[in-house]
Design a protein around this ligand. Sequence first.
Ligand code: PXG
Length: 456
Amino acid sequence: MNSMNPVLNTAALQQMDRDSYLHPFTDSKALHEKGTRVVTGAKGVYIFDSDGNRILDAMAGLWCVNIGYGHDELADVAAQQMKQLAYYNSFFGTANVPAIELAAKVKSLAPANIDYIFFTGSGSEANDTNLRMVRHYWALKGQPEKRTVISRENAYHGSTLAGMSLGGMEAMHKQGGVIDGIAHIMQPHWYKESQPGESEVDFGLRAAKALEDKILELGADKVGAFIGEPIQGAGGVIVPPASYWPEIQRICKKYDLLLILDEVITGFGRTGNWFAAQTYNIEADMIPFAKGLSSGYLPIGGVAISKRVAEVMIDGGEFAHGYTYSGHPVSAAVAKANIEIMQREGLIDQVREETGPYLQAKLSELSSHPLVGQVRGTGMLGALELVKDKATREPFDKDIEVAGKVRDSAIVNGLMVRAVGDCLIMSPPLCITKAEIDELIGLLTEAMDRVQTEVL
Ligand code: PXG
């Protein structure tokens, strides 16, 4: 036992939790019966719980701890900045040193057409900013009616009202309803949504054509932007066919739509480049980011804005929008130091050249497992789609919750993965080594083997 995993009174903590703590994205009644897992420490790719268990965190927290846990350097940077200047705002003509330096740093790493950086506290706030900015941009251009944003079914863009409405999660829409001026088209999920015999390339073109059809239905003069994650994360690590993004880009240009590329998960290295826009050669007008910017050590997000949009915004007078913590000096200082660690350790090159291809190769080997219908992924993102019948792609009965069973079994054995529908998804810290990937794959395979005997 060490200081990372002190054994605490789990039952007492669970009772306090039950009595006072309403959790996000949680079925509270079920949690109260089961009891919360209390995470108490972490180092590298491992988290520790209050019972002293060590768990390999293949989700990097919630897709965010890119450099891994336990970098004391970031604690020192935060302490130093807090002593120097714990807070000051960036409204009304002021700024702070870390926010200025971070804006310059992010701009230098972003695609060449990016000119300005707006800071927020989270990815959801970044997408609220996007919705307001799209509408403000077109109003400044004299086309205020060009205000609808087109998104996709099963997209995730956050949990605030705008983020949730932009997203395509039906269960979220049902709770409280959505705001107006947002439309949704099909997602580019070849395995789930292609016709029998339809190639990935053809399906990608068809999924992109849904955007053109929707623009024509609504009228191009009414549609201001398209928003999409380069790879859908929370939806199940859905990697679109190679034909999809070039066609989406072409359609956005043709009908003069702004392209919002939601890189809250993919930004800061996950696909082997600073941004997935670089991996997939997509030219975006706005790139929301968060998570990996600070590796989750402190909350911070933002929007990278293209020259085209920035010029209009800057000439347009005051943009009456911002958050108390936009450009928070402590978060900004930590984010800048986090980026410097990624650079110093060569983490992104490592993901692109070495560990990313290794993870993908190891995951591909699992396609021969009886439970696995499809393997998807790129860089440090991966998914296994579990099916009852590999030949027909027939899914398991929903009540079986097959991926949930594998996840639960994996956690008990020391591996944290997520289940989304019948999909197992992962997004390990970018610092994961080949040996740790072997451990991950071993634990995952064991969990699938155990569940296979139960469900097949
Ligand atoms: N966009 C994308 C693409 C995201 O993945 C957000 C925006 C919102 O960011 P904030 O920082 O406001 O949470 C996200 C966040 C899940 C899950 O179930 C994923 C996220 C958040 C909560 C749950 O995988 N991603």
